[in-house]
Design a protein around this ligand. Structure first.
Ligand SMILES: [Fe+2]
Length: 293
């Protein structure tokens, strides 16, 4: 383990880890270190790493405390399954191929929300669009006292893309995900992270519909103040993609977004994994359109 180097990405969250040999299984002391870093920092970045789907899935499950060898990735190892894991503006059948994504946590309206997401840079032409990250855990820690007092005890309702168009600010490139069945959940705005126990500021512009018990105007105004705090420029991390980048993050403690992507722009093909794997919680894939479509 002596060769592992850890570099801070942002004072509030995120580390880059260098020197990892992508083998299955990893040594116990390496696993312990990576799990600790993941719980404390929420975002791990590895660069120039030769990660196949098996390793990416293994590491994803391992970081959330699961036994990855009990859940091998073979079920994903079909051409159709592999295509569904791609986020790409080149590969047919991939997810969210174009458009801009507002900040969100994937499937945050479910109580069995994905706990970890990862992306691996398979084909990346420059200059490409980054993935942006903000920490809901750091945002709660740094929330001004008056704002914290106002949201203490309040609940928010999250669902699939309600209010999304109103928050796009007239930007027709913003991506909208549509689902066959509508689901919502009501959770405290100061939400307790199920694994780490830390409190996170659990609201996002893509999926938070409203604050329960407030008028529409008051709800949107208070959410606006929380978003201003969450996404203030100094609290944001932009990951600039290169091929061979492996980025894993806590989908509850962190939120992600991306600028617009087009079919005509540089090729950007990333391989995504979810932990636990999609389907384990009965989740279905959305269809994507843009606000302006
Ligand atoms: Fe997402």
């Amino acid at each position: 383990m002596g060769s592992l180097q850890v570099t801070e990405i942002h004072p509030g969250f995120g580390v880059q880890v260098s020197g990892l040999e992508p083998r299955v299984p990893l040594a116990d002391d390496v696993i312990a270190l990576l799990r600790r870093l993941f719980d404390e920092k929420g975002l791990l970045v590895f660069r120039d790493i030769d990660a196949d789907l098996r390793f990416q899935t293994y590491l994803s499950l391992l970081l959330i405390g699961e036994d990855p060898l009990a859940n091998p990735a073979e079920s994903l190892d079909t051409p159709a399954a592999r295509r569904e894991l791609l986020v790409s503006n080149r590969e047919e059948g991939s997810s969210a191929p174009v458009g801009r994504l507002l900040y969100h946590s994937d499937y945050m309206w479910r109580d069995d929300v994905f706990r970890l997401l990862s992306l691996y840079g398979l084909k990346v032409e420059q200059p490409t669009s980054p993935t942006m990250f903000a920490s809901a855990a750091h945002a709660w820690e740094t929330l001004p006292a008056d704002l914290r007092a106002r949201v203490e005890g309040l609940y928010a309702i999250h669902g699939q893309d309600a209010s999304y168009e109103a928050r796009s600010g007239g930007d027709g490139d913003v991506l909208v995900s549509k689902f066959d069945e509508l689901e919502t959940i009501r959770l405290p705005i100061g939400h307790r992270h199920p694994r780490t126990g830390e409190t996170v500021l659990y609201v996002t512009p893509q999926f938070t519909q409203r604050i329960d018990g407030l008028s529409d105007a008051d709800s949107e105004a208070l959410l606006g103040e929380l978003f201003d705090h969450l996404y203030r420029p100094e609290a944001e991390v932009q990951h600039q993609w290169r091929e061979g980048d492996l980025v894993l993050w806590d989908n509850i403690a962190l939120q992600h977004a991306r600028p617009n992507i087009t079919y005509e722009g540089p090729a950007r093909t990333l391989r995504k994994t979810f932990a636990p794997p999609p389907g384990a919680n009965g989740s279905k894939r959305p269809q994507f359109t843009t606000v302006g479509a």
